[in-house]
Design a protein around this ligand. Sequence first.
Ligand code: SAM
Ligand code: SF4
Length: 468
Amino acid sequence: MKEDKKKVYLRSFGCQMNKLDTALVSSALKDAGFSLTDSVKNADVVLINTCSVREHAEQRVFSHLGHLKHIKKTRLDIVVGVIGCMAQRLGAELLRHEAVDLVCGPAQIPRIVELLEKTLQTRQKSLAVTENIRQRNSEEQDLSIERFESTYGIEDKQLQSQAFVRVMRGCNNFCTYCVVPYVRGPEVCRPPEAIIQQIRRLADRGVKQVTLLGQTINSYKYKAGEKIYSLADLLWIASDIEGIEWIKFITSYPCEEFFDDILQAMADSLKVCNYLHLPAQSGSDRILTAMNRHYTAHQYLDLIDRARDTVPDIAIAGDFIVGFPGETDEDFAATAELVKKAKYRNCFVFKYSPRPGTVADERLLDNVPYELKQKRNVELLHLQETISAQLNKAFMGRKVKVLVEGLSKKPHACASGDGQHSQLVGRTATEHIVVFNGPQSLAGEFADVQITQTSPLTLFGVYEGRKS
Ligand code: SAM
Ligand code: SF4
């Protein structure tokens, strides 16, 4: 493979878990002698890492595949692979698509190089999905996934100053609307020493911020000898790693398990960032029960109060689904009420999308019309915008520390500046987006920024100096 350096165009849809998988695949491919290209035109291979959480995400992939089908009419040699959640969900059906040569589910990703080389050689369609995805892996399979996870992404010279580290795979929660347990399999927690070693290697390569990933990350549990390691333990151990300055973790499930220990780690460790992503999904107890979420709105708000008591300046983000089957105006009003009380830093709002194979799709009627879902979506976002605008005003005149990501993608008039510097974007420990003018060499570094203007989504400021 090394001699002809096949070029791969790798495109990623979906959540942070997918971004991490894409980074691992990219690293494994480069290690095997492939090179990456950012245009389909130059590519010998197109790989699409997919998401199945909402129908819209799948439609986008199908439209991309439609485009590739046309390209393949004149470029007979191009190989197209679909990897990730959609590959696992649709399997053979996806392989029948004219454009698709390779289908590889999330649990088979460690085999991606072998599968791709075989497809390039034989030009035969190839399917690699997990037969019984809810069955626990054998020890050997777990080891091979673990090896892949900890080997790749660490030799990448272009690694930026921040990295994702998975602490658990899969999910056992079975929220009635959600496809994740059916495409990513049962919950498996990675051994703490593997996670910590990986963070150490990332720190050695200049990574300053790690974001630990798991679907219900606060319930991370791993028994090693007599000790049961929790997320709070991981946060404390990672805090001792030299070079790592900020530790974030997503996503938490609203439950009691280890909640106070995690908050305490946040309050006591300078490195654990004061940011909590705690999806509520709804503010109506009736809907929460139908969603198989194991808490009431009252219990959820109690967790938020406790979080603010322990970590007064904590920033909390929420997820909501509007238009879940049977959601009435009263249910939606309860959600809006919860949003007002929770005072989120920001909210992600999704229109309910029925997912084949889930309990909600099989047993409940998707009876909230699309227009009403859309209306509720806009209303909730608007409400959150008012709250965010208010909360962000408190930043006026304050100096914040940001980890600079690089050039701002879209120019903001508010931060237009001195003509000497570029418009940069970075994030605070609390995930606030900050736009300011500064030297491009700041990318990947910490900087102090004095906030001079705010909007609901962004803080704008003046560069005060590099933070060592
Ligand atoms: N594990 C996380 C949790 O329990 O909060 C979330 C994982 S899911 C990939 C991300 C978000 O997608 C969820 O919080 C939910 O709001 C949304 N989501 C999941 N299934 C959905 C569906 N069928 N329709 C609309 N939104 C959905
Ligand atoms: Fe999906 Fe619920 Fe698991 Fe989150 S906790 S991944 S929403 S099943």
